[in-house]
Design a protein around this ligand. Sequence first.
Ligand code: ADP
Length: 633
Amino acid sequence: MDESPTLGLLERALRASDYMVARAYDAESLDLALHESTPLVLLITQTLNGRSGIEISQKILERFPTLPVLLYADRDDVALFKQAIRAGVSDFLHPPLRIDDIVNIIKHNQKRAERMGDWVRREVRRTTASLEKRMDEMETLVKLGRTIHSSLDLDNVLTSVVTAAVELTGAEEGQLLLLDDETSELYMRAGRNFEENFARAFRLPVKDSIAGQVVHTGQPISFCQDSPSKIKTAYLVYALIYVPLRVGNDVIGVLGVDNRKNKLPFTQHHELLMSVLADYAVIAIENAQAFEATDKERQKLDATITNIQDGVILLDPDHHILLINPATRKVFGMGTTNDLTGQLVSDAITHSDFSGILNSISENPLKYHEIAFEDGRVFNTQYVPIPEVGSVITFEEITHLKMLDRLKSDFIHTISHDLRSPLTAIMGYVELLDRVGPLNDQQKQFVHHVQNSAQNITTLINDLLDLGRIEAGFDTRKDEVAFDAIVGYTLDNLNQQIIEKNQTLKLTIENKLPALRGNPIRLRQLVDNLLVNAVKYTPEGGTLTVNLFREGEQVILEVIDTGLGIPPTDQPHIFEKFYRASNTPKSTPGTGLGLAIVKSIVENHDGRIWLESFVGKGSKFVVVLPIYKRDDD
Ligand code: ADP
């Protein structure tokens, strides 16, 4: 209010009634005063320092809507007061001013403001309480959600769901009923505030029961009645909510709460909470079922692997043990109790053959290996990479097969030996035939046949005896051998046949090829067998390619032809004794021993051999042999 006698009068009157007064002479200082204190009442003149008091009031009321604003006007002006009321002003003062009137108006407005304040506080409290309740509900639901995800104990989770239902709805008791498909009855899977015996014996027919109706229709039911309803014989309730437990289109049970003693009703909000809880229960049940199914599968797999007679080890990609079965433990005598899970397999199994296999896994394309024990046991070991798991190694005992193989070899060796002497006699006498008297042409022809056949048998027997010797490991002597010279020499010997068959030979031998450590006779046999096969199984006009080169500490021999090729089904057996490919014409001479000899020689020289072959296109045999190392190297 501008400085004036009226201001003085008002101030005195108010101070006399114990009010404190702060003055402001313009809108800015009024603003400041309002920031510094919280006035009970604001009294403002029609014009303040040249500005409309009503406009200023309106602005202030936007910020302090409960502040009573009184307008002081020069006179009783109805139009002005109407405008002021529209702006939110609470009351008016105008001359003539009486001290009583002033104080009464102020008091009246102060009271009104206080009442308003009380009301606002009450409202806030009420809203806060209801918000707090909602927060509690949310918290309960969140906690329950966590229990469901962290616990696999279905009883525990379902009991928590029912407990939450009872607590959130303020019900007297709650139950979770599940449908027994066989009997079409509902039984109590979890309950709250029910006697244990009652809960255990609780059975409701789906037909003719309120819960059954929920199962049937898939719709929730809730009611509150003055007279109690029957939910089971002689079991009466006043108020109830039943919500369905849905899995897809099926209803598998019902979640319910009820009041038996008091007639307190449930609200729609309670029903909503119950349906959220029902969803939780369904998730828990589905989780438990999924877990049970996976667990059963796992147990089956465990039992299979445990009881399997072959050794099985499952490894992760870094070769840590994921699983090891008792058969494997028995193979390596590892005891039955110590937990090996997580250990590096190379630490758990230190057998040298096994270590060798592990080391060669990355570079060796062969998946089958043998592990031999000093006590005579031999195991065939297979390594199989499994995508996204790691790998599996299996051990199959082949001791008996090895023994049979040895018996067979011994037998063949003995027979071959025993056949050699009579055969030599036959050859000798046949050669003598024409010396003891002249033979006619036909006799000469017959003698020639006999000589040929006897020669074939001799070759076969020599091959067999060689194989026996190589397999038995008699060729222990190893010298420094110039492998390139051997290959060159063998090719020279074959040159005539190659020319006769009109075949093209492409030969590449790397310069300064290092020497090998080996038995020169056997190495010649090796090269000879591979090259003879290449010539033999390649039709006229074909091409033979021979490459000899060094790679790291190894020498590699490649014999490539454009011949018949070997069918994929025959390839795994092609190095076995007497095995001949199914597409080889019967008329082609051969014993099926050549490649077996080749393989034995390669192994005897710590090398490796494999083939790539396509029927009708040709074959490629690759031999890898380690180079000679001087002892002082
Ligand atoms: P064989 O005395 O029958 O030649 P090998 O042990 O040398 O005996 O070879 C075994 C079989 O492998 C042969 O009978 C033939 O079926 C097949 N084979 C070997 N080398 C080749 C090749 N280069 N091309 C096609 N088939 C071959």
